[in-house]
Design a protein around this ligand. Structure first.
Ligand code: UDX
Length: 438
């Protein structure tokens, strides 16, 4: 199938290369000339395992190219909207301006037989408003809603081998048949592999995505709330997570207590969901998400307080090593990163903070010039009064506690991700503290 993808950020670039890799002919569109030039040269603009390889192979196959020029859009039959929907600067709601701009830029080139596929995460009701926008502009193109569920760090795998595919189809039978035919062709190889397809109307498909992310956020905040109680009682939250996770109905995933969730999705999605519920007159239905957000934010401040205690009550002139800046391992994304929040807060209170991250150092330098950056953990920890592990990269889990002890001022480790083995670190002479574990 000949498809365009609009937006070549995280979602769009991975989607474009992945679709080309399974045989489609793809034109990736973006307004950012530099980004387009980089992608055409096979250079990734973000850190994502496996993406560079798939990008280069797709470019070599001749089935993928990127452009800022919409003129050839009329030669393509499906158009996939992959732009971001960040939190608005002055409210909790999602900023839909990129989605509307993406549709508006396509409209002049659409045939009535074309299908526009929305993949961005949007508030419920957006797809219906996009249909109105198409019609108002005189286009009879069909809209389908097809939310994505990719995790950063696993973006290629999640795009090519999703757990499920969701089809949001229009109410009119002709449009629904057209949309389904296009989606079936797009995802033919996944359907052959018997990936489950779940079908609903636009509102259902839009809500599937925000419901999934809200549930994941709730699971994390739940276990973090339990961690608070563990700290007050001497219980061990990781043993509790293991025990409750063995119940099939609960499952073991997303029960890692720590400094909470960040990133470009979960925080903004729960806030946008609450904002939309307010607009729909059902604020109370999602009132619990406010607490999910609060629990999450408290985890970060809790770690800041633990650090202050470890330093004897004051940050002034103390040296703090921070291991990790990305919101999670295998990513260089620092959006809403708990690690970066904590590092900045501690620096703002007078400590000398040295951060190191295997992939995100360049972002720390660009976004937080007040923070010093080191090449690795041993350099960051030199003469440190306390070491904070805030993103659980494998290379931090593999650290040698004996060697690290040799460089620090005080061997005090606060493990914000419960990623290290307490016995091993204590045996090497460290004071070791973690989250919700005695
Ligand atoms: C998430 C969803 O998982 C994905 O389906 C959606 O499409 C986009 O949002 P992502 O933002 O890549 O993906 O990160 P995810 O792996 O979900 O982790 C989110 C945050 O939760 C990270 O900061 C992570 O460190 C934290 N987390 C995760 C925990 O604190 N504990 C856990 O048990 C799991």
């Amino acid at each position: 199938m000949r498809i365009t993808t609009v937006g070549c950020g995280y979602l769009g670039a991975v989607y474009a290369a992945s679709m080309a890799s399974i045989g489609h002919e793809v034109l990736g569109l973006d307004i950012d000339q530099a980004k387009v030039e980089n992608l055409n040269a096979g250079i990734s603009t973000f850190h994502e395992p496996g993406f560079d390889k798939i990008l280069q192979e797709a470019l070599e196959s001749g089935r993928l190219r990127f452009s800022t020029d919409y003129l050839s859009v009329s030669e393509y039959e499906a158009h996939v909207i992959c732009v971001g929907t960040p939190q608005q600067i002055d409210s909790a709601g999602a900023d839909l301006s990129y989605v509307y701009a993406a549709l508006d830029s396509l409209i002049p080139y659409l045939d009535d037989s074309d299908v526009v596929v929305g993949r961005s995460t949007v508030p419920v009701g957006t797809a219906a408003s996009l249909v109105e926008r198409l019609r108002a502009a005189g286009s009879n193109a069909t809209l389908a809603w097809n939310p994505e569920f990719l995790r950063e760090g696993f973006a290629v795998k999640d795009t090519l081998h999703p757990d499920r595919i969701v089809y949001g189809l229009p109410e009119d039978p002709g449009g629904a048949a057209r949309a389904r035919a296009v989606l079936d062709t797009l995802y033919a190889s996944m359907l052959e592999a018997e990936t489950p397809v779940v079908t609903g109307n636009f509102a259902t498909a839009e809500l599937v995505k925000v419901s999934a992310n809200s549930f994941l956020a709730t699971k994390i905040s739940f276990i973090n709330a339990v961690a608070d109680v563990c700290e007050a009682t001497g219980a061990d939250v990781s043993v509790i997570a293991e025990a409750i996770g063995l119940d099939d109905r609960i499952g073991p995933k997303f029960l890692r207590a720590g400094i909470g969730f960040g990133g470009g999705c979960l925080p903004k999605d729960i806030r946008a969901f609450m904002a939309r519920a307010g607009e729909l007159g059902v604020t109370e239905a999602l009132g619990f998400l406010r607490e999910v957000d609060n629990v999450n934010n408290r985890r970060r401040d809790h770690l800041v307080n633990m650090t202050r205690h470890a330093l004897g009550g004051s940050f002034t002139s103390k040296r703090v090593a921070v291991l990790g800046a990305a919101f999670k391992p295998d990513s260089d994304d620092t959006r809403q990163s708990p690690a970066l929040y904590i590092a900045s807060k501690i620096s703002g209170r007078g400590a000398n903070v040295v951060v190191t991250d295997p992939a995100a150092n360049h972002r720390v330098q660009a976004e937080r010039p007040n923070l010093a950056v080191a090449d690795d953990a041993y350099e960051a920890a030199e003469s440190a009064d306390v070491v904070l592990l805030l993103t659980e990269w494998q290379e931090f889990k593999d650290l040698d506690p004996v060697r690290l002890r040799g460089v620090v001022g005080t061997p005090h480790m606060i493990d914000g991700r419960n990623a290290l083995d307490p016995a091993r670190w204590r045996a090497a002479g460290w004071t070791y503290q973690s989250m919700g574990r005695p």
